[in-house]
Design a protein around this ligand. Structure first.
Ligand code: NDP
Ligand code: HSE
Length: 442
């Protein structure tokens, strides 16, 4: 063993970990030259060693002992989930090891405790791979844009759900088949409900909002809806108004007004976006994120958002940065939460909506429904009726697209509509987002 090497313990060797080991071995020479010292793998903790015969003596099932071993400088965690990852990383940081992790669930819940532990020991805590796979996004937010004022970070940050929605939109694939394929390709979380119910994207939104707004935002602060309820008819309805459906993560800064202080918000939900919007063409497991900053204007980050090799690329980038700091002394940039802005609830965040209703097709129904929107202060942008019998008493499909309205006002409108005898069913309520682009939504 080289006495000057930066010695790495790897926790987990699944989809991502396997690729980390491969890259560490295949690119050992280049990594050493870039880091200023060999980057040497000295131990790998897994649950089932018999599944990893190629790792030989490096293997252990005792992750706790591994993270505090004297011959370990850096701990790379790709186990996932809260425990035991949380305890292991806190132990590692306390023992003076730098940490690289891809674990967004943990960072979105325990980011403050981990950052505190890293500060206390004066070591690095890097997690580029935790958001948007291979895409360099966190370092630009934390370092390149540190001199600017970010107003919005929005985009597609979950590869699995984007893969599923793309397949449903393009080939008419069924939801279950598309999810199975995304899992087979290594995109999905160990429990894929984290992807399809939006929790994975919500964790990523919390990390993005924390870095962008210098304000601690946790997963619990992020309004979160997944894609389970998106149907083929929603996708067809979106197509009917020139849109596609994407699972979006949106983090925004709201300026102070006479009545309220400056605040931030973070939300995740499936939304219709205009087919002409650049995000609409982001397909498969790719991710894309728009960052808007006062001086820089709009920036777009695009690339592979999931999968073993793309994620390992981001982990290795962090590992080289940590190794350089170990070799040359010093620490990398830390996150800061000094601004401590309040986090708005979803009810206060204005959005546009596409409401699809099955209604009685008779005189006065449209006026009644329009009246309810008006009563609740929700302004209608467009109405379209399809189907319906010519004779009184038939049913028709009514689609109402609104101007931006607070969630709470729309929810109250829909609640009243659902109770009207002329409304036979509220088929779907979907948001419509044009993310700041003018003139493209219906
Ligand atoms: P996998 O489920 O493929 O691998 C998890 C690994 O952790 C396995 O090797 C498993 O061991 C090991 N492990 C589980 N529990 C323990 C434990 N208690 N002690 C020691 N080892 C344990 O996950 P992924 O590689 O897909 O994901 C890892 C992390 O990377 C997660 O945080 C995920 O969110 C994140 N990530 C994943 C991406 C992806 O595309 N897959 C993209 C970006 C981030 P064994 O092999 O013995 O079962
Ligand atoms: N399950 C995650 C996704 C992995 O599908 O985006 C990448 O973080």
């Amino acid at each position: 063993m080289n006495g000057n090497a930066v010695r790495v313990a790897l926790l987990g060797c699944g989809t991502v970990g396997t690729e980390i080991v491969r890259l560490l071995r295949e690119q050992a020479g280049d990594l050493a030259a870039r880091a200023g010292a060999p980057v040497e793998l000295v131990g790998v903790a897994v649950r089932r060693p018999h599944k990893h015969p190629e790792l030989g003596d490096l293997l252990t099932t005792d992750a706790t002992a591994l993270v505090t071993r004297d011959d370990v400088d850096v701990v790379v965690e790709v186990i996932g989930g809260i425990e035991p990852a949380r305890s292991l990383l806190l132990e590692a940081l306390k023992a003076g090891k730098s940490v690289v992790t891809a674990n967004k669930a943990l960072l979105a819940e325990e980011g403050a405790a981990l950052a505190e532990a890293a500060d206390a020991s004066g070591v690095d805590l890097f997690y580029e791979a935790s958001v948007a796979g291979a895409i360099p996004l966190l370092r630009p937010l934390r370092e390149s844009l540190a001199g600017d004022r970010i107003t919005r970070v929005a985009g597609i940050v979950n590869g699995t759900t984007n893969f599923i929605l793309s397949a449903m939109t393009e080939s008419g694939a069924g939801y279950a088949d598309a999810l199975e394929e995304a899992t087979r390709l290594g995109y999905a979380e160990a429990d894929p409900s984290a992807d399809v119910d939006g929790y994975d994207a919500a964790s990523k939104a919390a990390i993005l909002a924390t870095l962008a707004f210098h304000t601690r935002v946790t997963a619990a602060d992020v309004h979160c809806e997944g894609i389970r309820h998106v149907t083929a008819s929603d996708i067809a309805a979106a197509r009917g108004i020139g849109c596609v459906i994407k699972l979006l993560a949106i983090c925004e800064r709201s300026p102070a007004t006479a009545d309220s202080p400056e605040a931030v918000s973070a939300r995740v939900y499936p939304a219709m976006i205009p087919a002409a919007h650049p995000l609409a063409t982001v397909d498969g497991a790719f991710n894309a994120v728009f960052v808007e900053a006062e001086a820089a204007g709009q920036l777009m980050f695009y690339g592979q958002g999931a999968g073993g090799a793309p994620t390992a690329s981001a982990v290795l980038g962090d590992l080289v940065a940590v190794a350089r700091n170990r070799v040359h002394g010093g620490r990398g940039a830390r996150e800061s939460a000094y601004a401590s802005l309040p986090v708005l609830p979803l009810g206060a965040v204005p959005t546009r909506y596409h409401v699809s209703l099955e209604v009685a097709d008779r005189a006065g129904v449209l006026a009644t429904i329009a009246g309810e929107f008006s009563t609740h202060g929700v302004s209608i942008a467009a109405v379209r009726q399809t189907g319906g019998a010519a004779d009184d008493g038939g049913a028709a499909r009514l689609v109402v697209v609104t101007h931006a309205a607070p969630e709470a006002a729309l929810a109250a409108t829909v609640q009243v509509l659902a109770g009207l005898d002329v409304v036979l069913a509220v088929d779907s309520v979907l948001r419509v987002e044009d993310l700041g682009r003018k003139g493209v939504a219906p």
